[in-house]
Design a protein around this ligand. Sequence first.
Ligand code: ADP
Length: 904
Amino acid sequence: MYLKGCNHMVLKSEHITMPSIKQSGSLSSLADRQDVSLSSLTSYARKLDTVAGQANRRVDNKHVEFTESDRPKSASSPKKKRKKKNPIIVNLSGTRYEVIRQMAEKLGFTPSKDDDPNGYLIWNDSFVSAERINELKPFQRINHFPGMGEITRKDCLARNMLKVSKEFPEEYGFIPKSWILPSDYSQLVNYSKDLKSKKKSKTFIIKPSNGAQGHGIQLFKNAEKIPATEHFIVQEYIEKPFLLDGYKFDLRIYVLITSCDPLRVFLFNDGLVRMSTEKYQNPAESNINHMYMHLTNYSVNKHNEYYEKGESVDSGSKRSIAFLNEYLRNKDRDVALMWRNISDMIVKTLLVSMPHLLHAYRMCRPCAPSGSDSVCFEVLGFDVLLDRNLKPWLLEINRSPSFGTDEKIDWDIKSALIENTIKLLNIKVSDKRRNINAQKQEAQKRLYRTGKRPDAPDVSEYEKRRIHFEKRKEELKELLARIKKQSLREDYDNRNMGKFRRIFPTEDKARQEKYVRLMSSIFNIFMSGRAPAMQKEIQRIYKNPLREEDVLDMLHECEEYEKDGKYAGGGKGAARGPKPLQSMPVCQPSPIDDSEEDDDEMTEGSPMSTPMTRRRSAKSRPGSMVREQSEWSEGASSTYNSRPNSGVRSRPPSNMSMSNQSNQRSRSLSRMVTSGKYTSLQRSTVDDGFLTSVVKEREDELSKKTLIALNDMRIKFPGKSDEEAEMILDKLHESWKFHKPRIASYWLVKLDSIKRRKVIDIVRSNVRAVLQRTWRVSDVDNLRIYRIFSRVFSRLLWSHGQGLWNCFSSSNGPAGWETIFSKSTENISESDMNCCRRIVQLCRDCLLIVYQFAAEAKNTSQSTTSHSDTEPSGLGREKPISLVPPNTQTMSQRYSKLYRGEAS
Ligand code: ADP
């Protein structure tokens, strides 16, 4: 028994008064009182049970009030609760709904006794002022957005919808034709006259502009009889609604918005079906005053003697949406389509609110960076009418939908709704501390920020560039943190959605793009002059959101730039060409073959040397392979590109022995393959189909060569031979049980995303070099095969490195990463796929070698120094980990010479 709930119920029934209980509030607090003995407590409890029973049976307004004792046991905890050390205080003094209090307690929150301004969660039934929202701390959450009135007041909704539907009549055909009185009166009368002249007749419904619960609603057959001076909304009456057992009904659909900057919307997959209590007839002069026939409000119909309290899910005047879905399915109606339409309608309506919401929210929270946790959320109640074709019509939106639980069905639906809502808010006790820390950090940043501004007169060009560069890096880091946070939020939402389903942003790409276009246009309609900046922002946030990898790339670029000293003047003096991996071990001797092999051996027509030969040909020489290959590629690209007519018909570099015509044809085809399109000249002279098949053939051929080159690659362990490196890998696999948890913790926990990326980049940069060599192109980004590889690399970094880690556990059957191609429309050949598999294998080996290298380096440093805080990541140490594709060394050597010659 839950005394607090009973107390509420008893007070409501006003049958008896128990001041002592009213003050104490709960059994445990009663027990604390010395003047109340345990036996008297027990008898109190019994008395209350009896009273609760009486109240349950009490019939009020022809329906029995649903009370605490009817609720599921799990909702009320009879156990004596211990006082929590760090309770999450929630301020529910602004709500009259018991279900909110109960769900908050169920989730472990502690409702504050008074109007505590510091509650983590604040729930108010009524409007919340902008000042209040402005004063909230970032860890607090309140259940209203400023600016929401623009769609929840009937006249505002009508006005805004009218504006948008003029531009997009097709998209916004779900609002009954409306007029706002008194301003639109003459238009209404003209419309009515027009109808008469066409011998058509329509019924109109009028509603007070700011009315609710059916107050002041009337129906008119003749629009000219509608009073001209009152503030009313007039709508065309939907005359042919879908009927349930002959009764009209509407739907109360619950929608949760957890943030407006950016917009995140969830649809609750249950709700109420509210039926009228008099059988429906087409509106006529004889029945237009029958409110129990034409209105479906509970607040109206509960007064009818025929109002039926539901005894089961399929009877009564209030039913569940789950019941309706089943009912419609049994009648062979397309329920999925109906819900797609409803969800579409909800999103489009919220898009109309966006310019107002965003503006109001940003005004209230001027210091909150875009994408930070929203202090506002809102549960909206959408009232929707279905016509006989099951087309949804939006009647109105309630910003404070009733959470009253008069009947069991109310409790069942609303308790789940509130519980799921609070869960999705992800309120944690640590939020407050995190907030304080963030504030401290921000203050520190301000304190240590250099006073110099880049535009100050005494700032040198160098300094200006440096400041600008630092700022850019700082911004990227913040962006990265935001993206990470966003992806964590996404993960959390997906795990805690309960009965909610996210409808914006949607997973459906085409739909999402449509919404983004619509949102952009809506900003244009409402903001006119200020829209372009907003539109750019919309595209950035909703259409092409930057991914973690993108920002890491930018950051990486920045770091390389910084390392090359390009901001110090760039160009001449700055280091060129190679892109060393930042914080990777620096150069050390690495193997190379001094003999000048013909590079064509690896490319066109000549027999391939065996992998063993290649591996054996690798000898040590100074310089890192990673560096070498980049040098080669850049050298090659500059040599290649500097040649005039380097397009399809260009001659190969003279130092490459392209001996015969077929080689030349291959090369030009490679170019065509690379660019992905043919020139108009080619199109006019060569048959398209033929060309496509030749290109395809050539692609397959090159893909196979790529596979051979990839198979030849080995991960180089600094200072060790290939054989030794292989042995290390074998040993790691042999004692996998021992190493597995260590490697997992190293990869998934110890390394941050930048370092994880660097491990993958060791393989990536070498794969790029192989492609450059095999496909004879400098810019591999445009290669179809490289785009495929990129997807694999991204997948391996996916979910904070989980992607690669999964590859260690799926030894049998298709690996998890392969699913990225299962739905792909792209034609991926078997050898493309094998290349990808080899790349995954190389990445796995690379992780193992880096891990082993780090472990050995740590051991060495521990034995030589007493410092125990040596960086064990292996990615900031002195020796490089690299890949060894032996042939590349020969080529890289040649091209690095070339390149150096050019640069000097
Ligand atoms: P209130 O906020 O006062 O409840 P609503 O707009 O929700 O006002 O309308 C009350 C009821 O009137 C609805 O539940 C619905 O049954 C009926 N109704 C409202 N507008 C229309 C309409 N355009 N066509 C048919 N029925 C309507």
